[in-house]
Ligand binder design. Structure first.
Ligand SMILES: Nc1ncnc2c1ncn2[C@@H]1O[C@H](COP(=O)(O)OP(=O)(O)OP(=O)(O)O)[C@@H](O)[C@H]1O
Ligand SMILES: [Mg+2]
Length: 258
């Protein structure tokens, strides 16, 4: 059963501009990102994919020279409203980075960290359950269940990335942002993470930045093509990859630019 697309909008960005000092990095971007959908951001290096992704959980706030204008609403709520606490927001809009970055803590504590600081667990048994559920949903439970006290940094790269995904889902987010989450992974770990992304879509809106056209085609239902700070084209992934409407999109996906 397909929901009406209008009812399914999770994030609505209106006239978004981003500047790094004088560099106008995102130019008047308007986009509506759907819930329970994987949206891929593609485009040549430097076109603004990471910058726009970071607008969605106010990670750009941490960059001094960065200025964001326009409106970004999550279910109608303006995330740049001054009453919004960015730390709370980032629990709701989780992020996974290109390079796996586990905390220098145990596997257990990596996942328990968010639920602890946000007071999501009622006691130890509850926390144990959240940790197990998160590790299971990141498809790494079986590999780590016997060594939850071992340091997260001692895992392989692919395992670390899945641990970071478990950490991001542990705070029960509504949106998961992933910036090139597979670029440091081998093909087997990449396949595991891609499978995982498809499962996460049942519960979250997932936005993934990728340089791999194959990956975008495999995992996403919607694709946004960025070029020089502009959102050139946004639509069904199938359509973007088979019948792009803008010549810049076509040049990029066929390998002529980028
Ligand atoms: N922390 C920063 N400080 C200053 N300028 C930045 C910063 N991050 C990005 N920029 C600038 O913003 C523009 C967009 O960069 P961004 O990193 O968003 O591109 P991208 O599409 O993610 O590229 P890539 O595919 O290489 O990761 C570039 O001109 C870049 O130099
Ligand atoms: Mg980037």
């Amino acid at each position: 059963m397909k929901e009406n697309a209008m009812d399914n909008i999770k994030i609505s960005a209106k006239n978004v501009q981003v500047y790094y000092a004088d560099n106008h990095a995102i130019k008047d971007v308007n986009v509506e990102i759907e819930d329970k959908t994987v949206t891929a951001f593609i485009g040549p290096s430097g076109c603004g994919k990471s910058t726009f992704l970071r607008c969605l959980n106010r990670m750009n706030d941490t960059i001094d020279i960065c200025r964001v204008e326009g409106d970004i609403l999550i279910e109608g709520e303006d995330i740049y409203d001054r009453r919004v606490d960015p730390v709370q927001l980032r629990a709701k809009v989780g992020m996974v980075f290109q390079k796996p970055n586990p905390f220098p803590k145990s596997i257990y504590d990596n996942v328990a960290y968010g639920p602890r600081i946000h007071g999501l667990a009622r006691g130890k048994a509850d926390l144990d359950e959240i940790v197990e559920k998160s590790l299971r949903s990141a498809a790494i439970w079986d590999e780590v269940k016997d060594r939850l006290d071992a340091p997260g940094t001692g895992l392989s790269g692919g395992q670390q990335q899945r641990l970071c995904i478990a950490r991001a889902v542990a705070t029960a987010p509504e949106v998961l942002l992933m910036d090139e989450p597979c670029s440091a992974l081998d093909p087997i770990a990449t396949a595991q993470v891609e499978e995982l992304i498809d499962e996460l879509r049942q519960n979250f809106a997932v936005v993934i930045v990728t340089h791999s056209m194959q990956q975008a085609a495999r995992v996403s239902q919607k694709t946004a093509f960025f070029h020089l700070g502009n959102l050139v084209e946004y639509g069904e992934t199938n359509q973007i990859f088979t019948k792009p409407s803008d010549p810049r999109t076509e040049s990029y996906i066929t390998g002529r630019i980028g």
